[in-house]
Design a protein around this ligand. Structure first.
Ligand SMILES: [Cu+2]
Length: 138
């Protein structure tokens, strides 16, 4: 689908710490509707403000993030062809939300510690908004 952040939001970020680090690209997730019958879901491009995670939530037409069904590590900056292994089967027509999470909090670096609603390795927010896109499994 499309980039989540609007140009306005990206401009509002320009004074923020993420860009002060020298990475001019605004955080975003870019992914298309796709078959997930192979057991993975892939984002063509993810920009992360710091090392973290691309988290795959179930979602539906209400667009609220639901249970986590996969995750993949992200490096600070641009990541291309990011694939997460799905922890349970996702059927055609079901919707998935691919979201950028951080690596803050919790007890270990490099281990994914988030569970729904937790703050450990929780979602990043830019200008109050989650950084995510929603796809439909084909
Ligand atoms: Cu999330």
């Amino acid at each position: 689908m499309t980039r989540f952040l609007t140009a306005t939001a990206a401009l509002a970020l320009s004074a923020g710490a993420a860009l002060a680090a020298g990475h001019a690209m605004a955080p975003m997730v870019e992914a298309a509707d796709q078959s997930v019958s192979g057991g993975t879901v892939t984002a063509a491009s993810v920009v992360a403000p710091a090392n973290g995670w691309m988290v795959v939530h179930r979602t539906d037409a209400d667009m609220a993030p639901g249970p986590v069904v996969g995750y993949a590590p992200l490096r600070e900056g641009e990541n291309t062809d990011v694939a997460a292994i799905l922890m349970e089967a996702v059927q055609p027509g079901e919707m998935l939300m691919l979201m950028v999470h951080g690596e803050d909090g919790g007890t270990m670096t490099g281990g994914f510690e988030y569970t729904l609603g937790a703050t450990e390795d929780g979602p990043i927010r830019i200008d109050g908004n989650l950084v995510m896109t929603v796809i439909t499994a084909q």
